[in-house]
Design a protein around this ligand. Structure first.
Ligand SMILES: Nc1ncnc2c1ncn2[C@@H]1O[C@H](COP(=O)(O)OP(=O)(O)O)[C@@H](O)[C@H]1O
Ligand SMILES: CC(C)(COP(=O)(O)O)[C@@H](O)C(=O)NCCC(=O)O
Length: 245
């Protein structure tokens, strides 16, 4: 993979669809050297947000992934497309069984024994959502930034009390899920991905220092770009198939 980047936040209610090459160029450094819409590169899209899917579908060369494109058996009908791609990619890269922790807008845990035996998992609000929910849904709590280091558990200020509550509870929860999975599937790899993966990994390491947790964390592979790698694999599979037929 040559490069990854985040686009600016796209607020759907205020955004009209880009109509020209110049407008698309604002979304991606990969388009900097395009001279016309004809030589724009392919864009592979995976989205669980319908308004975002509509937006990216207007890109001239978009390929939008749907459930049938990902070669796993879905454990239930409403299972997220992003979770399907993550677990398939993790199993393909690091072998089955595998456990994926996706620290995105929502934080999801997903486990699978094989591509046809996904056990589902769990969903909770992600780090940013937890922080925002407190400031937005209470009268007195402020919006706070995340600290570099895991704070002291016992706090005498509101800001650090929020940091402590969210971070210690999240880190303990993640360690508990990892431990429970490894008890059942001791050979499994654990993959940590998503926009908050690096931040959470740092906190997990800090939490583990005084305790016997490092052994568990040795099993955690930090791979923030799991879904991007998954899209590359799907693209490779598609081009292999078109060579065969
Ligand atoms: N450069 C960035 N742009 C947007 N979000 C980021 C960035 N770096 C870290 N994040 C964090 O990533 C989380 C979203 O993760 P992501 O995997 O992009 O979301 P989603 O699961 O919705 O695709 C947010 O909690 C946000 O705080
Ligand atoms: C749980 C999710 C919102 C997570 O999405 P994300 O925050 O990673 O963008 C998404 O996987 C989804 O919409 N899932 C459908 C429900 C399910 O998987 O059970």
């Amino acid at each position: 993979m040559a490069q990854t980047w985040d686009t600016c936040h796209i607020e759907m209610s205020q955004t009209r669809f880009p109509a020209t090459l110049e407008e698309w160029q604002a979304y991606s450094p990969a388009l900097a050297h395009c001279s016309s819409t004809v030589n724009m590169p392919e864009l592979w899209v995976i989205s669980v947000v319908p308004s975002q899917t509509c937006f990216w579908q207007t890109y001239p060369r978009s390929i939008v992934i749907t459930a049938t494109d990902i070669p796993i058996q879905y454990p239930y009908e409403t299972f997220g497309l992003d979770r399907a791609l993550s677990i398939w990619t993790a199993g393909t890269l690091y072998q089955w069984p595998v456990f994926v922790i996706d620290a995105g807008t929502a934080l999801t845990y997903t486990g699978a024994l094989t591509p046809t035996d996904c056990l589902g998992g769990a969903i909770l609000p992600g780090l940013g959502l937890q922080l925002r929910s407190l400031s937005q849904s209470t009268a007195a709590l402020p919006t706070i930034a995340l600290p570099q280091d895991l704070p002291s558990r016992w706090s005498l200020t509101t800001d650090i009390a929020i940091q402590s509550g969210i971070l210690h509870t999240l880190v303990s929860g993640i360690i508990d899920f990892i431990r429970a999975w490894l008890e059942q599937y001791p050979t499994s790899q654990i993959v940590l991905t998503g926009g908050d993966a690096e931040t959470l990994y740092r906190y997990l390491l800090q939490a583990s220092k005084p305790k016997a947790v490092p052994k568990l964390l040795d099993r955690v592979i930090l791979q923030p770009q799991l879904q991007g790698i998954g899209l590359l694999h799907l693209r490779q599979q598609k081009s292999d198939r078109s060579l065969l037929f």
